[in-house]
Design a protein around this ligand. Structure first.
Ligand SMILES: NC(=O)C1=CN([C@@H]2O[C@H](COP(=O)(O)OP(=O)(O)OC[C@H]3O[C@@H](n4cnc5c(N)ncnc54)[C@H](OP(=O)(O)O)[C@@H]3O)[C@@H](O)[C@H]2O)C=CC1
Ligand SMILES: O=C(O)[C@@H]1CCC=N1
Length: 257
């Protein structure tokens, strides 16, 4: 199966690297198109078998799957001249562009996927959202397997996309704001910044593993395990609530929809 990636920026570059790393698509079956050369040269340096071009049409014409990874406002001008059609599959990572928008730029009957990874895709640790239109069950399964190679993917309905993007794609920035804030506290308390970063990052990783590896659990249950009655954790938890932590997080997630 041949995959064309149009746009070699943060997302396109990370998807190219993730696919080349995985077992599903061979590096020589990936072609990446981008107007400037630097990002293509960097890709080639990491994966010499990936093919690169400055010509979007050349990249897309033989591709079974075309992944469009340019800024949302460039999608129309980039997609229309490519004249994509069945049996090709279009994958758009452009945030905010709906199936209805995308169908105007290609054969409207062709299979289209909206895919939203987060930046952890570069570490093969993305939470990737997928929605499908005009796709067969086999194509949907294939797309989930493809993006599972770069972390974890989940099939959702298009109407859930804005909320889910806020939780996952913007969410990575919110989690990093927690890490940054905890580091600032640690540094004030005398811990070296690099040590503080490792401590907090591994703690976040541990919290995530507790949830992801135990389907029956819930944050409340895991918090209760740490929170000794009369102990020190409850003092911090209560202070977080006095300072509006839950409310701030809810407001942030709703603000980015
Ligand atoms: N960053 C994120 O966390 C997420 C981003 N997205 C979506 O991913 C998409 C890409 O975002 P991101 O990777 O961050 O953006 P970047 O700016 O990093 O990448 C966009 C790339 O598109 C290239 N490009 C510009 N014009 C063309 C063209 N005519 N043909 C081919 N390539 C072109 C740019 O090349 P050059 O630099 O040479 O101009 C650049 O390399 C966006 O639609 C965004 O909504 C989705 C989820 C998360
Ligand atoms: O902030 C943004 O608009 C992009 C889309 C989702 C994550 N980053």
């Amino acid at each position: 199966m041949k995959v064309a990636i149009i746009g070699a920026g943060n997302m396109g570059g990370a998807i190219a690297r993730g696919l080349a790393h995985g077992h599903y698509i061979k590096a020589q079956d990936i072609i990446v198109s981008n107007p400037s050369s630097g990002k293509l040269e960097a890709l080639k340096a990491d994966f010499p078998d990936i093919r690169t071009t400055h010509n979007n049409k050349e990249a897309s014409e033989d591709a079974d799957i075309v992944i469009i990874a340019v800024k949302p406002w460039k999608v129309k001008e980039v997609l229309e001249p490519l004249r994509l059609r069945q049996p090709q599959i279009l994958v758009s990572v452009a945030a905010g562009l709906t199936f209805e928008d995308l169908a105007h730029f290609v054969d409207p009957e062709m299979p289209i996927f909206r895919v939203i990874p987060n930046t952890a895709i570069s570490e093969l640790a993305s939470m990737t959202l997928i929605a499908a239109r005009n796709a067969s069950d086999t194509q949907v399964k294939q797309m989930i397997e493809l993006f599972n190679e770069m972390g974890m993917s989940i099939l959702i309905e298009e109407k859930q996309f804005a909320a889910a993007t806020s939780l996952t794609s913007c969410g990575i920035a919110y989690v990093l704001k927690y890490v940054q804030a905890a580091m600032q506290a640690g540094v004030e308390l005398g811990i070296k910044p690099k040590d503080a970063m490792k401590m907090v990052a591994q703690t976040v990783e541990g919290a995530a593993q507790l949830l992801l590896k135990n389907e029956q659990t819930h944050p409340v249950l895991e918090i209760e395990k740490v929170t000794t009655p009369g102990g020190i954790t409850i003092k911090g938890i209560n202070q977080l609530e006095h300072d509006g932590f839950t409310s701030a997080v809810i407001n942030a997630i709703k603000a980015s929809m």
